[in-house]
Write a protein that binds this ligand. Structure first.
Ligand SMILES: Cc1cc2nc3c(=O)[nH]c(=O)nc-3n(C[C@H](O)[C@H](O)[C@H](O)COP(=O)(O)O)c2cc1C
Length: 269
């Protein structure tokens, strides 16, 4: 069937590198960064992320540069488990958001860093509000140089305004919330990456769910072209993600946030 000129004039944008492509369908592989067509969305004017204030339980974050690759496999599995357990949640892929690096006002003056964050120009404030309003956070990240992705680090740095409330002796807004962590990579650094992520949340008073983090690397049999097949089909990975999500939900249901209110001594740095 002949395509209409309207279909042929669609404009697509790669969520990884920003490449603009015109055509009826997105390219199978991004000509600029080699990402798959799943990273492409039709170009539209971007609105700043807002939070409607409707409460939900779990904030699920894919911290990868790719929304639909290996970290995406972990995040999809987590999402499926949350749905199957009837838990209310919201998912965000950081590569679709505009998160600027932290202005580090705190480094200028302690009191300059407080909640709400002074930088209200991007999508971070809405996520900060969602963290304050939800009961648990699940973070998925690739290993990059034995650490979390830079995208995720930029986002976690933006939580300093929540952590600094404790230093300023203001009421903490995150004590007793629950964190779960999902990590994937090629060969090494899984444990360190998970712990690096955990440290942020620990300093905001979060509780790591028992058996609350997992990491999975595929080793030398696979390479970057084939590793997605490994992650998609790996039973251990599937069981572990389901386990982490389940453990987060069980811990969240204890409502430690209410039980520990005003009973915890903040110790940071
Ligand atoms: C900049 C960079 C650094 C990386 N460093 C590591 C590393 O230290 N350890 C490791 O096991 N894998 C490392 N990897 C491999 C990624 O963790 C792996 O490709 C991961 O599955 C990517 O997730 P994604 O498909 O969601 O982007 C690195 C990849 C990149 C691009």
């Amino acid at each position: 069937m002949k395509k209409t000129s309207q279909e042929e004039s669609k404009t697509w944008k790669c969520s990884v590198c920003g490449y603009i492509y015109k055509g009826n369908e997105p390219p199978e592989e991004c000509p600029q960064c080699s990402s798959s067509s799943k990273e492409y969305s039709e170009l539209k004017e971007k609105q700043k992320l807002g939070y409607d204030g409707k409460k939900f339980d779990v904030l699920l974050i894919n911290g990868s540069s790719h929304r639909a690759h290996n970290t995406g496999v972990l995040t999809d599995l987590a999402e499926k488990t949350l749905k199957s357990k009837g838990v209310s949640f919201r998912r965000f892929n950081l590569n679709e958001l505009d998160i600027q690096h932290c202005w580090c006002c705190y480094s200028m003056r302690d009191s300059a860093c407080t909640y709400p964050c002074r930088n209200q120009l991007d999508d971070a404030p809405a996520l900060q509000e969602m963290i304050v309003d939800s009961k648990a956070v699940i973070i998925a990240s690739p290993i990059n140089w034995n650490n979390m992705s830079a995208r995720l680090k930029d986002f976690l740095d933006r939580l300093t305004c929540l952590q600094n409330l404790y230093l300023l002796k203001k009421e903490g807004l995150t004590t007793g919330k629950v964190i779960g962590i999902l990590v994937n990579g090629h060969e090494d650094g899984g444990m360190k990456t998970a712990m690096d992520i955990f440290i942020y949340f620990q300093q905001m008073g979060f509780v790591l769910a028992p058996f609350g983090f997992m990491y999975r690397t595929h080793g030398a049999q696979y390479n970057a072209k084939t590793d997605n097949d490994f992650f998609k089909d790996d039973e251990k990975l599937k069981n572990e993600v389901e386990g982490i999500v389940s453990n987060v939900i069980e811990t969240m249901n204890l409502d430690l946030e209410t039980k520990l209110k005003d009973r915890i001594v903040p110790v940071s740095e």
